[in-house]
Design a protein around this ligand. Sequence first.
Ligand SMILES: Cc1ncc(COP(=O)(O)O)c(C=O)c1O
Length: 404
Amino acid sequence: MFGNLREDFPTLSGENAPVYLDNACMTLRPNSVIEAIRSYYEESPGCGGRSVHRYATTVSRKMVNCRNNLGKLFNANESNEIIFTKNATHSLNQVAKGLNWEKGDVILTTDREHNSNLVPWLQLEEEKGVDHRVVKSNEDNTFSMENFENACAEAGKNLKMVSLSHVGNLDGVATPVKEAAKIAKDHGALVCIDGAQSTPHMKVDVQDLGIDFMAFSIHKMMGPSGMGGLWGKMDLLENMRSIQSGGSTVETSHYDSMVWSKPPAKFEGGLGNYAGILGTNAAIDYISKINLDDVHEHEVKLNKVMTSVLKDVNGLSIIGPEDAAKRGGICSILLDNIDAHDIAILLDEAAGVMVRSGMHCVHSWFNNKGLDRGSLRASAYLYNTEDEVRLFAETLVEAVEALG
Ligand SMILES: Cc1ncc(COP(=O)(O)O)c(C=O)c1O
């Protein structure tokens, strides 16, 4: 479906190329991203947005370009609604800690959130006395609109924020964000989306979704590690406190006062990760040329292959709905008697297959179910092939039969 695209990824060429199935953690990077990072250090190692010499001006221009491209990708109203952050965690913390809360304000998340969309709200509960509530999912881990509507109604006028993962990293299950956002809005709440697992795999239009904030991870979108972003509606950004203040965050300062910068500068304190931003620009350029509907279709096709090999094997079970089409590119597997880390090491050593093992930062879900071994998670992306996922699934079956 994607032609010779694998050739763009240096780690996928050569005899020792791994079967890389840890894409929900971090994707691989194409040559153009690596080249953009190299070009920063070798050709224009300047300080964007500040100095005015040639190096800095080159970087400043590329930063503007990058913000524009991200704005276009997500259909932001204006590119200044895009803030560069370290990662999605940083972005979610900015929202949680930058808004004003009162004791008793209700914040809703679900029972299958990544720690990054749980812990900042738990921290607010500890420190500010907000009332964080968890919406229970259906038995198969899909979003329960009924439970959500009830939770909104119960919170009533105290409902202030609904913060949901767009797609779960635990199982690949998507949340019907547009419908949920409409209900939350009818109750006067703000809506924040953790887009870490949706933005690399599907078209995301923040205006169409009717949301207020969205956090995303650039390292899951073929960009550099240590880069993420936050999109927010301009009027909300203008009124939100920055969790980091210093250089760039103010237009001017006096010994006893300062004038805050406008967004996004207000939130981008200190010297930036310019190599990361240039790499991000190349990644967004790369992803923008790909039809993300095709990416989703490809991942589901691969997931169907993994699912068909694994679904009736004794000693293992797949988390989430039976239908692979409802789990995107993620196949997350509970093993009855074997440690997931042991299998992950074995898969790499014996078959060159790289997957993730453990609780994937969704400890709350595993703890609630008393599943202390975590799971083995294979997550596919656009460069993976049917042969690769079959190798993973068949090797896993052999291992379970030998060790289980
Ligand atoms: C759903 C989800 N949210 C948040 C995060 C955190 O992302 P980051 O590492 O960019 O902070 C992840 C990372 O795996 C994730 O999968």
